[in-house]
Write a protein that binds this ligand. Structure first.
Ligand SMILES: NC(=O)c1ccc[n+]([C@@H]2O[C@H](COP(=O)([O-])OP(=O)(O)OC[C@H]3O[C@@H](n4cnc5c(N)ncnc54)[C@H](O)[C@@H]3O)[C@@H](O)[C@H]2O)c1
Ligand SMILES: [Zn+2]
Length: 370
């Protein structure tokens, strides 16, 4: 029943991330203690997560005086992160809470898809209503629930319709990770490895020293320690560059330029973390070619991703390469005919690179399609 509290310091938009066990049972009281006084709650979730945890959340909210609690499910997985699902969530929100005086607290119970889509709905409904993130995947716990980037995919582009909107609170109950399948745990590990690879040599070394296997086995102490370490790293980056305008926040995009393009082009065959694993391999190959990093980095990263059960390649298919290149050109960070790549310069460090030759980009994409 212990909990770790990490502050995300953003002036008037500051909030806490609570990491611990048994937190869902205490959710209602925790929200009240944070000064959230609403009497209505609009809980966005998906059928998998809702089956496991909605009742627990509902009972806890009711016990803390929430008089009207409405559940809205979106389609599970990346296929649910669409404009249509977003407008359906907005319609349900307005339908259930039509009065301005009784605008609800929006509760996002799920992985990164629920958090991104639901956070966007909360950001634009009545020009913004308070929301809390309750991450239930490892990926959402270490990454997507913190930082205020909320979005849906649109027109074949990842996260192209979105906003910056910070949650009031993040409640990460590690008990909820116990119902995740192994594939989803491995997918979250890709983001954990990303933090180690470009943000923290210390984290990378502890994963190499055995924390990685303990994480995959959901060892409670290791899980608490590593999730907290990742959240601190993310909070530190977001505090310096909340609106992604100074280039500092780009670090979180290691593996994401080619990874995002692949994720969308592969028709949801890959999880986000799997696509990012392949994207990190491609970006590292680029970095080695350009001489920003040595092959020792490549070997260590490849070894860790292997231990994490993560892929380095994706099966080629007719038209896939062209779809990836097209998606790269539609990437949010595409400027003046070039993509922005986050290239490692050593374990725990990186530099941005914008002027990479298309020939090399193409080679790196081709190298991960087999
Ligand atoms: N906003 C950000 O800063 C940010 C950062 C990283 C990733 N993302 C986004 O996050 C998304 C990926 O998130 P994800 O990996 O959490 O995927 P997800 O939300 O699709 O969840 C993966 C699957 O696990 C199921 N699930 C979730 N929690 C469960 C639980 N506790 N028990 C059993 N099943 C459970 C879901 O129903 C789904 O089928 C991508 O869209 C990505 O773009 C956003
Ligand atoms: Zn990611």
């Amino acid at each position: 029943m212990s909990e770790t509290r990490i502050a995300v310091n953003l002036g008037p938009r500051s909030y806490s991330v609570l990491i611990g066990t048994g937190l869902l049972d205490r959710l209602g009281g925790t929200l009240r203690a944070e000064g959230l006084t609403q009497t209505g709650a609009f809980v966005i979730t998906d059928p998998h997560v809702g089956t496991h945890y909605f009742e627990k959340v509902r009972a806890s909210l009711e016990g803390a005086g929430f008089a009207k609690i409405v559940r809205h499910d979106i389609t599970a997985g990346e296929a649910g992160k669409t404009w249509d699902e977003f407008t359906q969530a907005c319609a349900a929100l307005l339908g259930a809470f039509p009065e301005a005086a009784t605008a609800p607290l929006v509760v996002l119970l799920g992985g990164g898809v629920v958090g991104d889509l639901g956070g966007f709905a909360a950001a634009v409904f009545r020009r913004g209503v308070p929301f809390v993130q309750i991450p239930t995947t490892l990926l959402a716990a270490v990454d997507s629930s913190v930082g205020g980037k909320v979005a849906v995919n649109f027109g074949g582009v990842k996260n192209i319709m979105g906003a910056f909107s910070q949650p009031r609170l993040v409640v990460c109950d590690l008990d909820a990770l116990r119902t995740l399948g192994p594939r989803e745990i491995r997918s979250g590990m890709a983001e954990v490895i990303k933090y180690g690879a470009v943000c923290s040599a210390e984290l990378f070394a502890s994963l190499e020293a055995g924390a990685l296997e303990k994480m995959l086995a959901l060892d409670p102490a290791t899980l608490t320690e590593i999730v907290a370490q990742c959240v601190r790293l993310k909070a530190g980056v977001v505090e310096q560059d909340e609106l992604d305008q100074l280039g500092i926040r780009n670090v979180l995009n290691f593996g994401h330029t080619i990874g995002h393009a692949l994720e969308l082009s592969a028709d949801y065959a890959l999880t986000h973390g799997e696509a990012i694993s392949i994207g990190m391999i491609a970006a590292t190959r680029m970095a080695v070619s350009l001489g920003t990093v040595d092959v020792d980095f490549q070997k260590r990263l490849t070894a860790l991703l292997t231990r994490g059960g993560l892929p380095f390649t994706h099966k080629d298919a007719p038209g896939l390469f062209d779809r990836i290149v097209r998606a790269l050109q539609l990437d949010k960070k595409f400027r003046d005919g070039k993509n922005l790549f986050v290239l490692p310069t050593g374990i725990g460090s990186w530099s941005p690179r914008e002027n990479v030759d298309w020939a090399l980009v193409h080679d790196c994409v081709r190298s991960v399609l087999v």
